[in-house]
Write a protein that binds this ligand. Sequence first.
Ligand SMILES: O=C(O)CCC(=O)C(=O)O
Ligand SMILES: [Fe+2]
Length: 326
Amino acid sequence: MGIPVIDLSGALVPGGPRSAEVAQQLRAAATSAGFFYIRNHGVPADVVARQFDIARELMELPLERREALSIQHSPIMRGFEALGAQTLDASARPDLKESFYCGMNWPAEHPYVQAGHQTYGPSQWPEELPHAQAICEAYIDTMNALSLRLMQLLALSLELPEDHFDAACKDPMVTLRMARYPAHPEGADERTFGAGAHTDWGAVTVLAQDAHGGLEVQMPDGSWVPATPIEGCFVVNLGDMIPRWTNGLYHSNPHRVRNLHSGGAPRYSIPFFYEPEFFARIEAVPGTVAPGEAPKYPPCTAGEHLNEMYQKTYGLKQATEQTEAA
Ligand SMILES: O=C(O)CCC(=O)C(=O)O
Ligand SMILES: [Fe+2]
């Protein structure tokens, strides 16, 4: 058992000739590791390389500039996150990572922007990197299309129509994180991580990682395996919405990061978090609850879950308002 590599060629568009075969492979991965690599995903290598360049430029801005554009100044947590700001595993130390978060450029008149719902609203852009916004937004567009296709293949894998999740993903909550992990401190204790063990919160995460490695995934038997970087591949993992949608059939596996193998260099990674729209109701899809049995999870909205997780992992005291958009 490990993390499989799934080749998406012939399955990138609805009705593609390999869609059914890929859906089967997805089902096998989703019922075990909850993680898989994708190759031949249609995203050119230079697009990913350019994204790592901009990640480095952002993270190398002087500390006082990053502090001026802190997530603390954004009601929807866009901007720079300081080292140790987040604690993904409550039993571990604060995460040894720092990040820049951005998202889609929603029009100001969109009702969710007006209501201030999490992820819908402006990002903060540093004026010294005038190209950053366009590059990040183009990358987000590419990741949105890929993630929607993954949702369609997941629908197929559940013997549902390919477009089953399309409506829930119409105005998705998306977040692009560009993360930098300092080298793992020498002599650090076993409670020290770049990112503490956690599951992701949304539907799918598409991760680009540099060549250093450091991501580890927990298998259903409890063992931890490295998600060793494979050139040309993204790592994809399923977030908590997926077990909720599949009544536990598909897994969102715990994972963690320790930058142990970079020879002292920082590690960069770029996760793209794709979540259903704020008010999407997440409950078991047809065929996943046996007749006469109760579903394992109570229904929730995607926004409720996301807000709860932000509050937990950033130690936020107050819930973001969740009033229905007018
Ligand atoms: O940096 C990585 O490889 C994974 C990061 C991660 O798990 C996260 O940001 O949720
Ligand atoms: Fe994660």
